[in-house]
Design a protein around this ligand. Sequence first.
Ligand SMILES: Nc1ncnc2c1ncn2[C@@H]1O[C@H](COP(=O)(O)OP(=O)(O)O)[C@@H](O)[C@H]1O
Ligand SMILES: [Mg+2]
Length: 137
Amino acid sequence: MRFLGDGNDGAVWESDRQTAIKSLERRDSYIRERDAYLRLQERSIVEIQGFAIPILVDFDDTKQIVEMTVVFPPCILDFAKAYVDQSPDFSAEVIRDWREETAELFDADWDKVESLLDELECIFYFDAKPGNIRFSA
Ligand SMILES: Nc1ncnc2c1ncn2[C@@H]1O[C@H](COP(=O)(O)OP(=O)(O)O)[C@@H](O)[C@H]1O
Ligand SMILES: [Mg+2]
């Protein structure tokens, strides 16, 4: 399998059937990612404002693996820190700091990122960074 990348929560490989296989170390991250993809699947959301979102193909609760389609920029991926339905119990100050830091990361692209995050609605996405919301290859 070809290695696609990794980050704080997991490692991702491309399978022989051209899907991305993400293996997550932490149980809570796995559950969040699985549930976000299940919600996206339920709503048939495969892209937002021209940004592709992986489609859930399969998952394994025992192995803590999520299988999804491979996406290419522009795309949004990595839902390990996404909260479905319920905004996490972060203080207003934490959220303000998060917004400031994230806005700096994206610089001129921040407006677009904000509008993407707004459209996710019931999914509160707290891992906006250029490796996860990709504008170009
Ligand atoms: N569905 C996918 N299609 C293409 N590349 C992917 C896909 N999922 C992950 N990747 C690649 O693997 C990297 C790590 O995946 P990610 O979900 O961000 O892991 P982590 O939660 O550990 O940050 C991404 O930055 C991206 O380069
Ligand atoms: Mg990531």
